[in-house]
Design a protein around this ligand. Structure first.
Ligand code: SME
Length: 155
């Protein structure tokens, strides 16, 4: 996987003079179309003062999990742990919210603004154990670049 090329495309997308939601949508589409084992790519953000996440732009099948309480599922756990969560086999996780029987693995990486965990990127895969350290480093890059944007609309 040529993550370096994708990183330069991410920078170009974020430099466009369009609404942030369009940029995030374009990132989701790019990642889903470029990385064969990324089958669903989406952003969740903290929902104002509520201790819950709300779904932002995404690419892939629509999900009914548009609101996720802190602590629930992989996403909700990352909202409180402030750490990457790599799940190579979702059947091994008890605190997991299924988004469909095809999903075998998931990776969630938090987005920090001024040291505060304000959201995350979430990837679902139909492959078992597809993720490596390179995915984590790449998604950390994506989150760091996204955090440089004015995220007020999502906070
Ligand atoms: N599987 C997630 C829920 C969100 S969907 O993957 C889109 C979780 O356990 O938090």
């Amino acid at each position: 996987m040529n993550f370096t090329l994708l990183e330069s495309k991410i920078i170009n997308i974020l430099a466009n003079n369009v609404a942030l939601s369009q940029k995030l949508q374009a990132i989701c589409k790019l990642l889903k179309e470029s990385i064969p084992y990324y089958d669903w790519v989406g952003f969740y953000f903290k929902n104002g003062a509520e201790n819950e996440l709300i779904l932002g732009p995404f690419a892939g099948a629509p999900t009914e999990h548009t609101i996720i309480p802190f602590g629930k599922g992989i996403c909700g756990q990352v909202a409180v742990s402030n750490k990457n969560f790599v799940v190579q086999d979702v059947t091994a996780q008890e605190n997991y919210i299924s988004c469909g029987f095809k999903v075998k693995s998931e990776i969630v990486v938090p987005i920090f603004v001024n040291g505060k965990n304000i959201g995350q990127i979430d990837i679902d895969s139909h492959s078992t154990a597809p993720f490596t350290d390179a995915d984590e480093r790449f998604l950390e890059f994506v989150c760091a670049e996204v955090s440089k944007q004015n995220l007020a609309a999502f906070l």
